[in-house]
Write a new protein. Structure first.
Length: 392
């Protein structure tokens, strides 16, 4: 709804105001007239009309800011086969004139619909700081007259990494919700998949776009098995693989092979390869841990992220000594503890707790579980951690 209104308003603040006004109007009209057959269309049409009316009332402003004029037809450089307004909104948020952190924050706010407080927690900053960052980004878009459109073909490469990053961020926010009562937010997962498919249609030869879609398909194929009876989190080794979406896995594996052809793979193609190795194993015990470690080494070389290093440590813990095992992995995890980027990342103490549990060091494991529980805002994950603590 917001993305469709931005197309008419050509101004992010105005679009948000019109969307809010449309909800207020619905509260009155629907109580009197009943809920319409298509509530979403009613709300979107109402918001767009309010945006058009705002432009009509501001003729002077319109003459000074031509960007706000609604064109009768798409501009010549705008591909007409890209119907998704949300993708246009993503490209607007990912304009190179904005800093990367501003791109990510603005996308989470406008595309994911996260609150400023939720985004601030994700970036480990205060809510006022994040609110100011989002406001500055919106003003930069207006002042620089950044157009609301999919870039031309020659502009796409400069935006690709940022756009792939934010689509990945939308997916991970839905795949493992950082807060709330549910482990998964299906709306965000489906939104990210739709955007990724559209990107692949727009740039079929971009192997990283293909790799991103492959990775998301393989991860999402396990959705139905990630939570068991009573809402209990099921780890990978506990999941019923016969209930994984076989068609989605087959599609993902086909895309992985396409992403790996034609040169050195990038970070999304490598992440897709990791997902493929987990998906292809008949059982958890049959997972090729050695090959997984090797792919993680390649991934760390192109994307030296502490989260990647933490995930690699989990794989190392499954290898036999002396190259692996819980003790070797624990030394890696302890080395990551000083990284400020992981200070509020609850998976770090959770991983450390599991390794200590496997090493039969219950007191230290309990302390690590308590730290993870304190940092965890998702009810399903927190309940799982509490059950592991109780089991000690």
């Amino acid at each position: 709804m917001l993305a469709a209104t931005v197309r008419v308003a050509r101004d992010l603040d105005l679009a948000e105001e019109c969307v809010q006004d449309a909800y207020v109007a619905a509260m009155d009209a629907w109580l009197r007239q009943g809920v319409p057959v298509n509530p979403g269309a009613w709300l979107t049409t109402t918001a767009q009309r309010r945006a058009l009316n705002a432009h009509k009332r501001a003729s002077t402003l319109r003459s000074k800011l031509p960007l706000l004029v609604v064109p009768d037809a798409p501009a010549a450089e705008e591909p007409e086969d890209i119907p998704d307004d949300r993708l246009r909104l993503v490209f607007t948020c990912c304009h190179p004139a904005l800093a990367r952190e501003a791109q990510l924050a603005l996308t989470l706010r406008l595309v994911c619909g996260l609150t400023t407080a939720e985004i601030a927690r994700a970036f480990l900053v205060s809510e006022p700081t994040m609110a100011a960052r989002v406001t500055r980004a919106k003003k930069k878009i207006a002042a620089a007259r950044i157009p609301y459109r999919v870039p031309s073909a020659e502009e796409l490469p400069d935006r690709l990494d940022a756009v792939l990053t934010v689509v990945h961020l939308v997916f991970t926010t839905g795949h493992a919700a950082p807060s709330g009562d549910a482990l998964v937010r299906p709306d965000l997962v489906e939104r990210a998949l739709d955007l990724a498919r559209t990107l692949c249609a727009l740039m079929p030869d971009e192997r990283e776009a293909v790799g991103l879609l492959a990775m998301m398909l393989l991860h999402d194929a396990r959705r139905a098995t990630r939570v068991g009876a009573g809402g209990r989190l099921l780890r990978l080794e506990e999941q019923d693989r016969s209930r994984w979406d076989a068609a989605q896995i087959a599609d993902g594996l086909r895309l992985v092979r396409a992403a790996l052809r034609g040169g050195k793979p990038g970070r999304f193609a490598l992440q897709a390869t990791i997902s493929a190795l987990y998906s292809e194993a008949p059982t958890y015990a049959d997972t090729d841990w050695g090959q997984l470690r090797d792919v993680y080494d390649l991934l760390l070389a192109v994307w030296p992220s502490p989260v990647v290093a933490l995930n690699r440590a989990v794989v190392v813990s499954m290898l036999p000594p002396p190259a692996g095992g819980p003790a070797v992995a624990l030394s890696v995890v302890d080395g990551l503890a000083g990284d400020a980027r992981l200070a509020a990342y609850h998976y770090l103490p959770a991983t450390r707790a599991d390794l200590l549990r496997r090493l039969d060091r219950p007191a230290e494991a309990a302390e690590a579980y308590r730290r993870a529980i304190a940092l965890c805002d998702n009810a399903v994950e927190r309940s799982f951690l509490e059950s592991r603590l109780a089991a000690l």
